[in-house]
Design a protein around this ligand. Structure first.
Ligand SMILES: Cc1ncc(C[n+]2csc(CCOP(=O)(O)OP(=O)(O)O)c2C)c(N)n1
Ligand SMILES: [Mg+2]
Length: 337
C-alpha cells in the first residue's frame, strides 16, 4: 500500500482530503462512545452475575471497528472473532438484541444460545464471531469464493487477533485468497497480547502484516488508535479489493484495557503500561480533542453524548432484563447433525 506522509497535515486538512462530512465524523465519535459504554456496562453486568460464561471486552480498540465500518458498505460480509462486540455495534447491530444475547434471553440475536462470543446476524451479513481462535479465517476463503463466483460487488472482511495470526489456518487462507484473487480484507487487530503472551515473544518477525509479502498480498501496519488512519487505510484497501485485484492485509496496532477475559488478573503486563495507553493513546480521547479543535464538539455536547449513549445502553439492559428466557422445550431447535 502506498504510504502517505500524514505528519505535516493538520486534522482539518486531512478531513477535507478524505472528504469526510461533519455528520460522518460525529457519527463515528458517537459510535465509539457507544461501544465504550457498552463494554463498561457488560463488565458491570458480568460482575453482578447477570452474564454467564465469559466475555472478551474491546474497550481501547474502538477506532479499529469504527474506522473500518466507515470504509466498507453495510452489506459487505463480516467474519468476526471473540473480541467482537465493537465490530458488531459499528455494523449497526441492535444493542438491545446484543444485551439480550449476553443474558441468554430468547430475544437475543441467537435466541440466547450464543452469548457474547458467538453473535451472528445473517440478515445484516454478519456471519458470526467465533470462540475458536482463528476459526473464522478459513471460512473467509469460502465466503470470498462464493462472492467471486456470483460476481457480486460485496467483499468479506475478516477480523482476528495477533495471536490468531500464528495459526496455520492464517497462512493457508491467505495463500488461497491470494491465488484466487478473492475479495477479502483481512484485519489483524494487534492488541499486543494473545491471552497473556506478548506478541514480541510469539512472533519471529514483526510487523505481522509483513507476512503478506509471502503471498504477494499488499499490506499495511498502522496506528489502530487513530480513527482517520484506520479509515484511510481501509478505504484504500477496499478500493483495491473491489477492483478485483485480490485480498489485502491490514494490521492495526491497538490495545485492550480490560484483561483478556473475565478470569484474567493482568499478571503479564504492568499497570504503567495500561495507564500509558489509557492516558496518551486512547482512541476516543484523541478523536475528541481533534473534533473540539475544529469546533465540532464542545464540553456541553461531549457531556450530552455521554449521557445519550449511556441511556441507549441502559435501555438495552432494561430490554434484556424484561425479556423471557428461552423455553427449555426448544433446546433442540437450531441443532444440526
Ligand atoms: C484454537 C484455540 N486455541 C486457544 C484458545 C484459547 N484462547 C482464547 S482467546 C486466545 C488468545 C487470542 O489472542 P488474539 O488472537 O491476539 O486475540 P485477542 O484475545 O488478543 O483479541 C486464546 C489462546 C481458543 N479459544 N482456541
Ligand atoms: Mg491479541
Amino acid at each position: 500500500m502506498p504510504k502517505k506522509n500524514q505528519k505535516q497535515e493538520t486534522f482539518i486538512e486531512r478531513v477535507s482530503r478524505l472528504k469526510l462530512s461533519n455528520e460522518q465524523l460525529l457519527d463515528a465519535y458517537v459510535t465509539m462512545c457507544t461501544i465504550r459504554q457498552f463494554e463498561l456496562m457488560a463488565d458491570k453486568l458480568y460482575a453482578m452475575g447477570k452474564v454467564h460464561g465469559t466475555m472478551h471486552l474491546s474497550a481501547g480498540q474502538e477506532a479499529v471497528a469504527v474506522g473500518l465500518s466507515l470504509a466498507v458498505r453495510k452489506d459487505d460480509y463480516f467474519i468476526n472473532h471473540h473480541r467482537g462486540h465493537g465490530h458488531f455495534i459499528a455494523k449497526d447491530a441492535e444493542v438491545n438484541l446484543m444485551m439480550a444475547e449476553f443474558m441468554g434471553k430468547d430475544t437475543g440475536y441467537c435466541r440466547g444460545r450464543g452469548g457474547s462470543m458467538h453473535i451472528a446476524d445473517f440478515t445484516s451479513n454478519s456471519l458470526g464471531a467465533n470462540g475458536i481462535v482463528g476459526g473464522g479465517i478459513p471460512h473467509s476463503v469460502g465466503v470470498g469464493l462464493a462472492l467471486q463466483m456470483q460476481r457480486r460487488q460485496e467483499i468479506v472482511i475478516t477480523v482476528f487477533g495477533d495471536g490468531a495470526s500464528n495459526e496455520g489456518v492464517f497462512h493457508e487462507a491467505l495463500n488461497m485468497a491470494a491465488l484466487w484473487k478473492l475479495p477479502n480484507l483481512y484485519v489483524c487487530e494487534n492488541n499486543k497480547y494473545g491471552m497473556s503472551m506478548d506478541i514480541a515473544n510469539a512472533a519471529a518477525k514483526l510487523p505481522i502484516a509483513q507476512r503478506a509479502e509471502g503471498y504477494g498480498i499488499p499490506w499495511s501496519y498502522i496506528d489502530g488508535n487513530d480513527l482517520l488512519t484506520v479509515y484511510e487505510t481501509m478505504r484504500d484497501a477496499v478500493a483495491h479489493i473491489r477492483s478485483g485485484e485480490g485480498p489485502v492485509l491490514v494490521e492495526a496496532q491497538t490495545y485492550r484495557y480490560f484483561g483478556h477475559s473475565k478470569s484474567d488478573r493482568n499478571l503479564y503486563r504492568t499497570k504503567e503500561e495500561i495507564e500509558d495507553w489509557r492516558n496518551t493513546k486512547d482512541p476516543i480521547q484523541r478523536f475528541r480533542v481533534e473534533l473540539v479543535e475544529i469546533g465540532l464538539l464542545n464540553e456541553a455536547r461531549i457531556e450530552e453524548i455521554d449521557r445519550e449513549t449511556l441511556k441507549v445502553i441502559e435501555a438495552a439492559v432494561a430490554f434484556a432484563e424484561s425479556s423471557p428466557e428461552p423455553d427449555p422445550a426448544t433446546v433442540m431447535e437450531f441443532v444440526y447433525a
